[in-house]
Design a protein around this ligand. Structure first.
Ligand code: AHR
Length: 656
């Protein structure tokens, strides 16, 4: 087979080509659905480093008795009773935990050794590491003086990892308490305990425990954010997905409920993925992630007051991504608002745009400014709904949104849910969504999906793609190779396909709601699936130059592309990516013209993603089983013979 590259024919690839889709919100747990229920726990128990699950005891909603799970009780009925009431100082989160301690350190009812109280195991165990510091913040009230131990312990409470006492004679009003703990041991399955041996009634609310060592001090788990940083996402589509639709409209994500102080967000029950979410990672935080500005996450590591106790974060600056906001268009999975009555939903979206982009004197811009962000966000893309195209009211509702947004914000790009790849849309749009979850052979053959798509009309946004089903395992090499073939097709069609993102991004193995996913983690470990590593092989493509390349072969299992890109030192590299989706090795003759290359190319490398078995996967015990391996290429040349391993993706990086 021959690969002929002619660099004199080239065109730029859009800067936006490869990004991420982040469908998540922070949650609390719902006991009746058996523990913690979120799509994959990408946020809570995921990138957010908060260790406590159900900080505000609101997992059962705003009614009492509420669901305090996964909080559990230390002690028996003779020593304490635990209940919930609506006495919190937080107006929109009124539920607080009430602990009636019946025993004491003296007298007839002596407390058991270690005291009685409550503990929280976090999200399937808190990862506590020796020598590291943890900040516990909580709100407490009691009619008498208190003596409460705040401790990090092993999962059964038998081994103390860190402890401190809260001694206060007057907490008759709600009082914020902060404690810094240094761990004397390591345990990825630890818990937080609040215990006492003093008789009396104590109320707790909004209990937080955060490691001090987070990504650049910004409140996120270092290693998970570094995984995102490494693939250089050019955009972040958020917050869904089905999440924005809801199974029923009454449960759909509402951006206005997800802004403002963390403690004041009412949260909602996401009925598609069947979990309660506290909306701590709300519209504001997503905008900050996406727009490369500083992030303020609402958690209590901050020294600021209760109302705006946000920690400034700089995560987005490091990711450098554009936000793409997907909003509800009056349509859920089960019910729809008629087009004649959809205007309040349109206004909701316009208000959301004003929150993001309005000046700080505008109604919603002033709310953003009050949250510490007077500058507008650089929000330039919105999607009207998710996967709603076939639904009765979609077109009518869409047009109402389109016209209103186009008139108020002419520069905003509007994304339709209707697929325009095989026929023209019957409504105006800047982009159309294209989602594909399919088998490996189908996705590989879809490398040609956009070859014949009309070049006039809206651009394509492949906002969700992945191999699913039995070919995928829980993240197989086979899936990744097919996805690499598909992505090569997107690169080659990037005059019409301007954006693409894999879905879903993260999974906490303790609650796998969707399979497969790009990044797998638990409380202390993580790894990228082969699909993640494929995305890394394509991270230089956005904004690169696509060169004309032709494969001369009878094989239908070979696809290739060639780009040139510049690294931060200004050096230009030629990157040739080839997927061999067949079971035989391939001898390929590569000829490169039009780059004025000398015959010997220095500093050249070859990166290969393959494994001995097509269904091989990474795992916590073998996280690097299927990862790209890099080799120096000694004899790189403008004309060279290369050998492609069966079932592999190979990237040649040649210094030009
Ligand atoms: O990525 C998971 C789900 O797949 C998304 O929520 C939805 O858009 C699609 O059906």
């Amino acid at each position: 087979a021959n690969l002929i590259i002619n660099a004199s024919i080239s065109r730029p690839i859009p800067e936006t080509l490869f990004g991420i889709f982040f469908e998540v919100s922070f949650l609390l747990s719902i006991q009746e659905f058996d523990s913690h229920l979120e799509i994959n726990h990408a946020g809570a128990g995921g990138i957010w480093a908060e260790l406590v699950s159900n900080r505000g005891f609101e997992a059962g909603g705003q009614n009492t008795p509420s669901n305090i799970a996964p909080w559990s009780i230390i002690g028996d009925q003779s020593s304490l009773t635990v209940s919930t009431d609506r006495s919190s100082c937080f107006e929109r989160n009124k539920v607080a935990l009430q602990m009636d301690v019946l025993c004491d350190s003296k007298g007839s009812n002596i407390c058991p050794a270690g005291g009685v109280g409550i503990y929280n195991p976090g999200f399937w165990g808190m990862n506590i590491e020796q020598g590291k510091f943890y900040k516990v913040v909580l709100f407490v009230r009691s009619l008498g003086s208190i003596n409460v131990s705040v401790s990090l312990t092993s999962s059964d409470g038998s081994k103390m990892l860190a402890t401190a006492n809260i001694l206060d004679s007057d907490v008759s009003n709600w009082t914020k308490v902060e404690v810094l703990l240094e761990a004397t041991g390591t345990n990825p399955n630890s818990r937080l305990q609040l215990t006492t041996s003093r008789k009396g009634v104590i109320w707790f609310d909004q209990v937080s425990a955060m490691p001090v060592d987070t990504y650049k001090g910004h409140g996120f788990r270092n290693e998970l954010i570094e995984m995102l940083d490494d693939i250089k996402p050019q955009f972040i589509r958020f917050p869904g997905g089905c999440f924005i639709e809801g199974e029923w409209l009454r449960n759909a994500f509402r951006w206005k409920e997800s802004i403002g102080p963390w403690e004041e967000r009412p949260g909602h029950f996401g009925d598609v993925w069947m979990y309660w979410t506290d909306d701590g990672l709300g519209y504001f935080e997503f905008l900050q992630v996406g727009s490369s500005l500083e992030i303020r996450l609402a958690h209590s590591v901050s020294e600021e007051d209760i109302i705006y106790s946000y920690l400034f974060l700089q995560l987005a600056e490091d990711l450098g991504s554009r936000p793409i906001w997907v909003f509800n268009n009056g349509i859920s999975h089960q019910d729809q608002v008629d087009t004649t009555t959809v205007l309040p939903f349109v206004q909701e979206a316009l208000d959301g745009l004003e929150f993001a982009r309005g000046d700080s004197n505008s109604k919603w811009g002033s709310v953003r400014a009050a949250m510490g962000h007077p500058e507008p966000f650089d929000l330039k893309y919105v999607a009207v709904g998710n996967e709603d195209c076939g639904k009765k009211n979609y077109r009518g509702n869409y047009l109402k949104f389109y016209n209103a947004i186009r008139s108020a914000y002419p520069d905003i790009k509007i994304i339709s849910n209707c697929d325009g790849s095989s026929r023209s849309l019957d409504h105006p749009a800047d982009y159309y969504d294209f989602h594909i979850y399919t088998s490996a052979s189908n996705l590989f053959s879809m490398t040609h999906q956009f070859d014949r798509t009309s070049r006039t009309g809206p651009k394509a946004f492949v906002s969700e793609y992945a191999v699913t089903g039995k070919d995928a395992g829980t993240g197989s090499l086979l899936a990744a190779l097919a996805e690499a073939g598909f992505l090569i097709g997107l690169e080659k069609n990037s005059d019409i396909v301007e954006m693409a993102s894999y879905a879903p991004l993260f999974v906490n193995v303790n609650d796998r709601r969707w399979n497969p996913d790009a990044i797998v983690f638990n409380s202390s470990k993580h790894y990228g699936t082969p699909s993640y590593w494929v995305q890394k092989l394509f991270r230089e493509s956005s904004g690169a130059n696509l060169l004309d390349s032709k494969l001369q072969t009878n094989s239908s299992t070979l696809v290739a592309s060639a780009i040139t890109w510049q690294n931060s030192d200004g050096k230009t590299y030629l990157k040739i990516k080839i997927v061999n989706f067949g079971n035989s090795k391939v001898n390929l003759k590569v000829s490169i013209d039009g780059l004025g290359l000398s015959s010997q190319l220095s500093e050249s490398t070859k990166t290969v993603l393959t494994s001995s078995n097509l269904m091989d996967e990474n795992s916590f015990s073998d996280p690097k089983k299927v990862v790209p391996a890099q080799f120096m290429v000694e004899n790189a040349d403008k004309d060279m013979n290369v050998v492609l391993t069966p079932y592999s993706v190979t990237s040649f990086d040649l210094l030009t």
